[in-house]
Design a protein around this ligand. Structure first.
Ligand SMILES: [Zn+2]
Length: 120
């Protein structure tokens, strides 16, 4: 390990976990409480508002896709179209999140699961 500045790293420093990253801005922060996911209320609100809007857009497509098993039963044409539309929406949002520097959805869900959120 190369040290550029200051004193050599101690084993205790090497084992200290890094600061968590805010899912909204991607910046490290110091949580005030153990369940805190975001660096500030504004970022939590922005994230939750965006997810609410996305959820409203995606739900009907996802349900139609699922009930038709991605267009393999029931109304196949509608199921296939709903599947395509839901995936197009999600691809668009993944690109938007990446361009905005937001945390990818799988990393965000890993954080939520680790903190005990989202258990059925
Ligand atoms: Zn933030």
């Amino acid at each position: 390990m190369t040290m550029l500045h200051g004193s050599p790293e101690t084993p205790r420093q090497a084992q200290r976990p890094s600061a968590p990253l805010c899912p909204e801005c991607g910046q490290p922060f110091r949580p005030v409480h153990p369940q805190q996911l975001f660096c500030c209320v504004e970022h939590k609100t922005a994230h939750n508002n965006r997810m609410t809007v996305r959820g409203r857009q995606l739900t009907a497509f996802s349900l139609a896709s699922r009930i038709t098993r991605d267009g393999s039963c029931r109304d196949r044409a509608t199921g296939k179209r709903a599947r395509q539309d839901s995936r197009a929406l999600m691809d668009k949002w993944i690109a938007e999140d990446r361009a905005a520097g937001r945390m990818p959805a799988d990393d965000y869900m890993r954080l939520r699961y680790a903190k005990g959120f989202d258990r059925p």
